[in-house]
Write a protein that binds this ligand. Structure first.
Ligand code: WQD
Length: 345
């Protein structure tokens, strides 16, 4: 009998790639998604890759009754990977209550359900945002969590605290928080990728949309930072590496390999690349010259962040296998696929 995993936000960018990785490892998957930032077409994309269409329930996790009804219907859930959340930094500043309600109430409802189970396995989608501008680079999991720069980042910090506090008094709850650095790229088949809804806030989709002609040029938000070329440095990790890490982490929980029932892991490549280096990498893999201009800094941006991945390498036995060029190449293939489909209408 296959283990069954609930993936909330499973039609989203990282969620959909994780569903594929879970299915390919023999797990049965049920997805909850409210389609607020995704599309049902992603379900077809997943099935095109794995030939298995995951079970899907359109539920808004803010509706506690709907959450309880789901668990009445699906009794045999062996683990939960919780991606469902609002994730736009800028939007969170404009609409904090949406972020606190959507990112925290939903987490609490899931944990309240898990507390009643004999054993529960829970993976939380967190972010390197919790570190703010770390004092030391590369960033380890013991780096201090700094005051969040946005309500979005705050919901990740508070979310981790809620899980840690619950695990302290709930020995049957086994949990892991995964702190992503900068997820980019797409599945090599180009059947799934980062669905661009509206104007992209993040660098990679803005680069590929500029290259395909949807955007006139990329704005590089500042080149006066204290870095070698003046632009910000980030740890860009291929979404395929990220997806695989979620499967490895869930297997750790299911196999009861934890020494402590709450653990935190950084997920990055361990390499830092500047914005200009990312542009150069893209131009190399795409053969396209990318039009860009240097503009003002973006409010809230930190200068540099890249991961110390020793803990994930040694404890999860997981290491990123792709580099930034691989990731940008897959992102470009996905963007070209989107463009073709748009032209077909
Ligand atoms: C990367 C770099 C920008 C766009 C955020 C969240 C993080 C996670 C990933 C959700 C920065 C520069 C960007 C552009 C640019 N989100 N940039 N022009 O801000 O590091 O992380 O997204 O989980 O939690 O904080 O990612 O891709 O927005 O920016 O120059 O048009 O690219 O200034 O230096 P960020 P990003």
């Amino acid at each position: 009998m296959n283990k069954k995993i609930l993936v909330t936000g499973g039609l989203g960018f990282i969620g959909s790639h994780t569903v594929v990785a879970l299915q390919e490892k023999g797990f049965d998957v049920v997805i909850i998604d409210n389609l607020s930032n995704s599309s049902l077409e992603v379900l077809g994309g997943i099935a095109q890759i794995t030939k298995i269409s995951p079970e899907f329930e359109k539920i808004d996790l803010r509706e506690k009754g709907a959450v309880n009804a789901f668990f009445d219907k699906y009794q045999g859930i062996d683990g939960i990977i919780h991606f469902a959340a609002s994730k736009a930094v800028g939007e969170s500043v404009q609409n904090p209550l949406l972020y606190y309600e959507n990112n925290l109430n939903t987490l609490i409802y899931l944990l309240q359900h898990l507390k009643q189970k004999e054993t529960a396995n829970f993976i939380f989608s967190s972010s390197c945002t919790v570190y703010g501008q770390a004092d030391e680079l590369p960033i380890t999991e013991s780096a201090p969590v700094k005051k969040a720069e946005s309500p979005y980042g705050n919901t990740k910090q508070i979310g981790e605290e809620i899980i840690a506090d619950t695990c302290k008094v709930t020995s049957q709850l086994n949990a892991i928080s995964l702190r992503y650095f900068n997820p980019i790229g797409a599945h090599p088949s180009a059947h799934i990728g980062e669905l661009p809804i509206g104007t992209p806030q993040n660098l990679a989709p803005f680069i590929t949309q500029t290259a395909v002609g949807k955007r006139e040029k990329l704005s590089v938000f500042g080149n006066d930072y204290p870095t070698p070329d003046g632009t910000c440095i980030r740890d860009y990790i291929h979404v395929m590496d990220l997806a695989r890490a979620h499967v490895v982490a869930m297997e750790r929980l299911l196999d009861k390999e934890q020494t402590n029932n709450y653990e935190v892991f950084n997920l990055g490549t361990g390499e830092g690349n500047s914005v200009l280096e990312a542009i150069q990498a893209f131009e190399k893999v795409s053969g396209k010259k990318l039009p860009y201009e240097i503009t003002e800094r973006r409010e809230g941006d930190i200068t540099a962040a890249y991961a110390d991945t020793t803990k994930a390498n040694e404890v999860l036995k997981w290491k990123a296998e792709y580099n930034i060029e691989d990731a940008l190449k897959s992102a470009w293939k996905w963007q070209q696929k989107l463009e073709e489909e748009e032209k077909k209408g």
